[in-house]
Design a protein around this ligand. Structure first.
Ligand SMILES: NC(=O)c1ccc[n+]([C@@H]2O[C@H](COP(=O)([O-])OP(=O)(O)OC[C@H]3O[C@@H](n4cnc5c(N)ncnc54)[C@H](OP(=O)(O)O)[C@@H]3O)[C@@H](O)[C@H]2O)c1
Length: 284
């Protein structure tokens, strides 16, 4: 039985469906029963729990061969690092107590650093505590192509693509479908001690994304770089807490210097989607 969290979201849905497609036994964890209906119809068990609820998560993990877990966004949190640290400490405690054989964690590029990487420091901690409690596969995903999704209406209407990263900086980028597929494969590969997978579908700069968007939309799209000083006001205007906005400001500092691969014993994994196909999917 594979226990999958985040199944109403981008990556968890792909992981659960990929395993069900292969006829594997799946238990999805949802925060409200009806959110599991589509998976129940496909033969999955449904457990109702939040990742913070230790008793409910312990029940959800009964008989599990592996857990897929992520750090769900909580953009209005006034203590994101504190609350997620507590959440992962709780999950690690359950993993240890129940002798959970395998955890597959959605981690991030830059998670080798304990500081200076904004919200990614949460995943550094998650890797540490989960890795001490069970065999861990950390899927360190690069920059999500879906991050551009929020800017697509502006690209369509005004022909601009705002960015806080340098216009020519080529970032390893991944689609969430590729993450789900990679995580499902990691689950099926089974526990193999501590593995770090550095996953990227392609490299692309904001300028290259704008150029491909131009071609797909049939109209000019120009990158519009914004200064780092605009991050906190922009994020808070969009509804995040000041604490969360400051974490993103930290991540973008120094040309995103800390958002780089660790290398060494980490395994490089290439996704399956290219920039054009990924953007085409986002445009719908
Ligand atoms: N953006 C990037 O460039 C990037 C790069 C590397 C890694 N990441 C990581 O990827 C994560 C997002 O992954 P994603 O896109 O797959 O997630 P997502 O689409 O935002 O979905 C979040 C999922 O978590 C569930 N959830 C939210 N709070 C929960 C809670 N307290 N307990 C249990 N379930 C909860 C949601 O369920 P409901 O339907 O109940 O809300 C939803 O299914 C980020 O938070 C970050 O850690 C991001």
């Amino acid at each position: 039985m594979y226990v999958i969290t985040g199944v109403t979201g981008n990556t968890g849905s792909v992981v659960a469906n990929a395993l069900l497609d292969k006829g594997e036994k799946v238990r999805v964890v949802v925060r409200a029963p009806q959110k599991g209906d589509a998976f129940k119809k496909r033969g999955a068990e449904v457990a109702v729990a939040t990742l913070e609820d230790r008793d409910a998560m312990a029940r959800a993990l009964e008989g599990a061969k592996a857990l897929y877990v992520l750090s769900p966004p909580d953009l209005q949190s006034k203590d994101l690092v504190g609350s997620k640290t507590k959440m992962f400490d709780g999950l690690a405690g359950i993993a240890q107590k129940t002798r959970l054989p395998h955890v597959v964690l959605l981690s991030s590029i830059g998670a080798q650093h304990a500081e200076g990487n904004g919200p990614v420091k949460i995943l550094h901690h998650a890797e540490k505590v989960l890795g001490a409690a069970a065999a861990l596969t950390a899927v360190r995903a690069s920059f999500f192509l879906e991050n551009y999704g929020a800017m697509i209406p502006m690209a369509r209407a005004q022909g601009i693509l705002p960015t806080f990263s340098p216009a020519e900086l080529r970032m390893p980028t991944v689609t969430t479908r590729d993450i789900g597929r990679c995580a499902a494969e990691a689950i099926l590969a089974g526990p193999r001690g501590r593995r770090v997978l550095e996953l990227s579908s392609f490299e692309a700069s904001p300028t290259e994304v704008a150029k491909t968007l131009s071609e797909l939309l049939g109209k000019p799209v120009q990158v519009q770089p914004a200064p780092l000083s605009a991050i906190v006001p922009t994020f808070t205007q969009l509804g995040t807490s000041t604490e969360v906005a400051k974490l993103y400001e930290e991540m973008f500092q120094d040309g995103m210097r800390k958002m780089a691969w660790e290398g060494g014993s980490a395994e490089q994994v290439k996704g399956w989607t290219d920039l054009r196909a990924g953007l085409q999917h986002l445009l719908g």
